[in-house]
Design a protein around this ligand. Structure first.
Ligand code: BEZ
Length: 259
């Protein structure tokens, strides 16, 4: 049984997470959060909100600074895993952040692309920050995982199903900078970074843990068939020296301040 077949927890975009599968197939996600964590540069005593804290692996790294970190995530299962690591975490939808001026910084790694209404997210982020507080985030930028999405869509069509209408939120830097300004942020840094990303459990593992929103309109017995067909279509992805498939990740990295 995969993460998607468990009734455990619903999260953004209809995605279901299972903490054990997440640790195996997506354990690389927090490990690749070092650059955005350095951009955050947390300081002892600061109050920081980790938006989309997942299973809390990166949150505990941030807490080593002595900052007081609150994690929120839409997945109850991942919040349980984060709490088990000692994170002060709670279940909360990123579209409905219930904070008012209590944070020096809002941080987010690999989560904002799951939140389909960025205006509501930015309203909540702004409200959560004190004036002058910073918003530091990294998530999928325009073109992120385009070849994986294209392979899943092609596999659906090849098996007689139409393409999925689901889309993650992968904006261009220009579009996201405009949105930040509209929400009262001063944009200090915004950059798009192609980051070919080794998949430790291969394309099959990636599809198992992440691709549910592209497949969840299909009967359960068809999903595995389509995943397997998409995996075959992606056989020729480039590989690193260890032979791991490299996914075409594109990161959007942001540092903005609440005016
Ligand atoms: C990402 O981190 O870029 C990502 C992860 C899962 C699905 C889509 C994008």
């Amino acid at each position: 049984m995969s993460a998607f077949d468990t009734p455990a927890a619903a999260s953004a975009a209809g995605q279901h997470w299972n903490a054990q599968d997440y640790a195996i197939d997506a354990g690389f996600v927090p490990l690749l959060g070092g650059a955005v964590a350095r951009l955050l540069d947390p300081r002892a005593g600061e109050r920081i909100l980790d938006l989309g804290c997942g299973d809390g692996v990166l949150t505990t790294e941030l807490a080593l600074s002595g900052a007081r970190i609150t994690g929120v995530d839409a997945s109850p299962e991942l919040v349980i895993a984060a709490r088990a690591r000692g994170v002060d975490a709670q279940v909360m939808d990123g579209h409905a952040l219930a904070f008012d001026g209590q944070f020096d910084a809002v941080f987010s790694n690999a989560a904002l692309h799951w939140m389909g209404n960025p205006d509501r997210v930015l309203e909540g982020v702004r409200r959560a920050l004190r004036p002058g507080g910073r918003f530091v985030a990294e998530f999928g930028g325009h073109g992120n995982v385009a070849s994986i999405v294209a392979a899943v869509q092609a596999a659906r069509v090849a098996h007689g199903h139409g393409t999925s209408t689901f889309q993650w939120y992968f904006p261009t830097a220009e579009a996201y900078a405009d949105r930040l300004r509209q929400h009262g942020f001063q944009v200090q840094l915004i950059e798009t970074l192609p980051r070919p990303t080794p998949l430790p459990t291969g394309v099959a593992g990636w599809l198992r843990v992440f691709a549910a929103p592209l497949l969840d309109d299909l009967p359960a017995e068809i999903r595995a068939t389509v995943r397997s067909a998409a995996t075959t279509l992606l056989d020729d992805l480039p590989r690193n020296a260890q032979g791991q498939a490299l996914a075409d990740y594109v990161r959007l990295r942001v540092l903005a301040r609440r005016r």
